[in-house]
Design a protein around this ligand. Structure first.
Ligand SMILES: N[C@@H](CCC(=O)N[C@@H](CSC(=S)NCCc1ccccc1)C(=O)NCC(=O)O)C(=O)O
Length: 208
């Protein structure tokens, strides 16, 4: 019985960073895929605390909210900084990642056809904030000397943006280095190269 089970749609979406982190930490993850038809039937939705997925099970602990799941795994797998100061900075940066992810999701699901050009024009205003912060840390990670759950989250989101626009990180060397560094971690590389990971679309509407 793998220690972790995630229940989600057949998309990378808000499960991608969780999958990457668990792979890198050598942890098995059982994924239960839910079709839109099953979801719209309503029974599973009614059991979800906020009526949404991903749902994450760690033994008898059931969690929702992708960032709460990342923090839970960060606490339990040494990816939440070396002390409370670093943990607070990691929380701050992960909230920044969530802000950018929310903008990305809005583009993909609500504004893709008319808003992609404007989104990409404005994107550097978000990316530069992470670039500037990472230039000060200078460890190759967002905070401290070790990888944190916020790094996995940012890495997953940057991969999405490289699909959206392959040149999106060209003016951001620290972010480019993070993508290269994370991609080169053997267990991350193995996941990203796996057929199972590659066959799942990034988003649920075919846009990327
Ligand atoms: N704050 C939550 C947000 C969870 C969330 O938005 N979940 C979505 C799926 S994650 C996502 S990126 N949604 C974008 C649109 C989408 C909907 C359904 C399938 C695929 C994508 C969901 O369960 N939608 C179904 C519903 O609300 O009834 C979190 O961080 O987990």
């Amino acid at each position: 019985m793998p220690p972790y089970t995630a229940t989600y749609f057949a998309v990378k979406g808000r499960l991608g960073a969780i999958k990457i982190m668990l792979a890198d930490k050598g942890q098995e993850l059982k994924v239960v895929l839910v079709s839109m038809e099953e979801w719209q039937q309503g029974d599973l939705k009614a059991t979800c605390v906020f009526g949404q997925m991903p749902k994450f099970e760690d033994g008898d602990l059931v969690l929702f909210q992708s960032n709460a799941i990342l923090r839970h795994l960060g606490r339990n797998h040494g990816a939440y900084g070396k002390d409370s100061r670093e943990a607070s900075l990691i929380d701050m940066m992960n909230d920044g990642v969530e802000d950018l992810r929310s903008k990305y999701i809005k583009l993909i699901y609500q504004e893709y056809d008319t808003g992609k050009q404007a989104y990409l024009k404005d994107l550097p205003n978000s990316l530069c904030k992470f670039e500037t912060f990472m230039a000060k840390t200078n460890s190759g990670f967002l905070v401290g000397k070790e990888v944190s759950f916020a790094d996995y989250n940012l890495f997953d989101l940057l991969l999405n943006h490289l699909v959206l626009c392959p040149k999106s990180l060209d003016n951001f060397p620290k972010l480019n280095d993070l993508v290269k560094k994370m991609s080169a971690r053997p267990k991350v590389r193995a996941l990203l190269d796996s057929e199972a990971f590659k066959k799942i679309p990034i988003n649920g509407n075919g846009k990327q």
